[in-house]
Design a protein around this ligand. Structure first.
Ligand SMILES: *Cc1c(COP(=O)(O)O)cnc(C)c1O
Length: 622
């Protein structure tokens, strides 16, 4: 009885600054709830366990944003400490732990153990492993550091500065004082080394330090990861280049051989076989089942890109998925959509850098064009936008509000009819992704160039027969390389253009003044056209777009709208559309997570594949 009650209390603790935070101090009920004598400390043991479980009670919901909360640091240390104890225990009980009667030999530890730091969240593994080796196992410092570096490798996932973990030193003083000492010692040796290579270069020492000085002294966890790892990688080629040229420029100069790329991938079992059996069967009929464990075999489909029967079968599989998803929306949400319209899908976490607002401006532009010339033929579209906003991210919530507000106007305008619908997909999650992605015609991947590390949604859509409209960002670049840029809808400023624009100065006003359709759309948002009951509702959004838009939405508006017109154009020719779909599917093999993991194993972990001996099923005897 106590457990559910404590759970309930933890979850209903008063909220502050954002509706999701749970206080660490769960109140223990003061009134005796059981008419039992307290024998052998049983109750205390149960209560203590509940207090300990508070550490893992809540998952911080931010996307690409660092929030330096104490509970989060406790969580990170908890998971690291438990993992390392398990690793050490396993190593010691293996034959490689070559124990003499008192001391374990850690010589072979890096050959037998690989710790892949998936972002900086488990960075404490570095000082924790040093602590175990030096303090507990009495390994000398230099040997321990060698072992730690050869064991750990670090994957970077973002270059957005607000996402990088920089913990206040004061929090470490309170929670992890020994780890702080170890980090200082690591940093001292690191800076001594840099100083010996670059004598007198004091600014370089400041830039490369793990400790950031200032009114709040902080620990830069990414710097700790780079120093404590033998390999550092980004998650798409363009991102790995940006990592070398910007965030870790000084570190790349110091140790260029450390830096690698491992382009992300997705599993074809979940993201094709399981979620899209119709398309999977259509492919199996042509090329067999080999592609499911070797996705590069999808290239065997290329010769069928002009095969009339195959084009018809692929289009049919898509149409069936669209009908099924339409029925799902109607049943679960009571919204009716036109299943023969183009399904234009933009699903991912809501974030300014992902530019859902650019999509909004396009929707409004289409709406205004229909209203201006209602008799003209328009390619019917159902625009679906979905994704979660972090509870404390006000602008992300306003973006959702804008999408639904635009929908309220557009969807109820009789002049528009079913030529344009705007649907916000609530509660976007893997199970919904598995339904909507197989039904999509168009995949929106429109982040500002240089901001999306890789993306994996882009790959899911490609494999499921949607065409991509996207910028030259993240893995989109490699998708265009694999399929041929002519088989995607690529638009907008590239990383170099963005840099040049930053040099010159980005002024949203210039685009607003020059582009009448953009101006009309922005004016409608700011005047309350989409929020008649609350005309000022979107003034923060428009103020951001006009005066401090870090992601330069207006700079790509013209190219985006023009590119969307090309999308419409091609969609009117179903055979040519499906031809491109087939070419995309056939060229999506690179984006299997099997390929990604094989590369990590070969280039970072130094492990070779072995045949998996699958035990025979344990069938009941009768
Ligand atoms: C794949 C996936 C993502 C990542 O999508 P991106 O477009 O790469 O940001 C996010 N959420 C869910 C539920 C997903 O399935």
């Amino acid at each position: 009885m106590l457990v559910p009650r404590l759970l309930r209390e933890a979850r209903t603790t008063p909220q502050c600054e954002g509706s999701w935070r749970v206080s660490e101090g769960v109140q223990v009920p003061t009134r005796p709830s059981l008419l039992l004598v307290n024998v052998g400390g049983y109750i205390e043991a149960v209560l203590d366990r509940n207090l300990a479980e508070n550490i893992s009670r809540v998952l911080y919901p931010n996307d690409n944003f660092f929030e330096g909360k104490e509970l989060r640091l406790k969580q990170e240390y908890f998971v690291v400490a438990a993992t390392l104890q398990d690793i050490i225990r396993r190593f010691k009980s293996s034959k490689f732990g070559c124990r003499d009667p008192v001391r374990t030999c850690f010589e072979s530890f890096p050959d037998k153990v690989a710790i892949q730091l998936n972002d900086t969240h488990p960075a404490l593994a570095i000082p924790e492993l040093m602590r175990i080796l030096v303090d507990v196992e009495k390994v000398d410092w230099d040997k321990a550091w060698e072992i730690t570096k050869n064991t750990c490798a670090y994957t970077n996932h973002t270059v957005l500065p607000e996402a990088l973990e920089r913990w206040p030193v004061s929090m470490f003083e309170k929670l992890l004082p020994r780890h702080l000492e170890i980090i200082y010692a690591i940093n001292q040796r690191h800076l001594d080394h840099v100083a010996s290579l670059f004598p007198g270069d004091v600014d370089r020492l400041r830039r490369m330090s793990v400790i950031e000085e200032g009114d709040c002294k902080r620990i830069n966890m990414a710097h700790l990861c780079v120093i404590g790892s033998h390999a550092v990688n980004g998650v798409a080629r363009i991102h790995s280049e940006i990592v070398k040229q910007s965030v870790f420029k000084d570190f790349y100069e110091l140790e260029p051989e450390k830096f690698q790329n491992k382009t992300n991938g997705i599993t074809p079992r979940r993201w094709l076989l399981l979620c899209n059996p119709g398309l999977a069967d259509t492919i199996v009929e042509k090329i067999g089942e080999g592609f499911l464990t070797d996705l590069s075999q999808l290239r065997k489909l290329l010769p069928f890109a002009s095969d009339e029967v195959f084009i018809r079968d692929v289009a049919k599989a898509k149409q069936e998925n669209k009908l099924k998803f339409s029925a799902f929306l109607e049943k679960e949400y009571g919204v009716r959509i036109n299943p023969s319209s183009m399904f234009d899908v933009h699903v991912k976490r809501i974030h300014e850098y992902k530019r859902q607002l650019l999509n909004c401006l396009h929707i409004i532009t289409l709406y205004n064009r229909i209203k201006k010339d209602p008799a003209k033929a328009f390619v019917p579209r159902t625009v679906m936008i979905g994704g979660k906003a972090a509870p404390g991210y006000h602008m992300a919530k306003m973006i959702i509000k804008l999408v639904t507000s635009i929908g309220d106007v557009v969807n109820n305008d009789p002049i528009v009819g079913d030529r344009l619908k705007v649907i916000f997909l609530e509660n976007y999650r893997v199970s919904l992704a598995e339904k909507v992605i197989p039904a999509a015609d168009l995949s929106q991947q429109i982040s500002t160039a240089g901001t999306e590390a890789s993306g994996t949604g882009n790959m899911k859509f490609m494999l499921n027969g949607a065409l991509t409209i996207g910028t030259m960002d993240g893995a989109n670049v490699e998708m265009a390389e694999e399929a041929g840029a002519e088989n995607l809808f690529i638009f907008g400023l590239q990383v170099e253009d963005i840099k040049a624009l930053d040099q010159k100065g980005y002024h949203a006003q210039e685009y607003y003044d020059r582009l009448p359709e953009l101006r009309q759309a922005v004016d409608q948002i700011s005047s309350g056209f989409f929020s008649p009951k609350e005309p000022d509702c979107f003034k923060d959004v428009v103020n951001m777009l006009m005066n401090h838009d870090r992601f330069k939405v207006f700079a790509d508006y013209e190219a985006y709208v023009a590119c969307q017109a090309q999308v419409d154009q091609l969609y009117q020719n179903p055979k040519e559309w499906t031809k491109k779909v087939i070419k995309n599917i056939a060229c999506s093999g690179k984006f299997s997570s099997d390929r990604t993991i094989t590369e990590y194993a070969r280039d970072i972990w130094g492990v070779e594949p072995c045949d998996l001996q699958i035990p025979p099923p344990n069938l009941p005897k009768d």
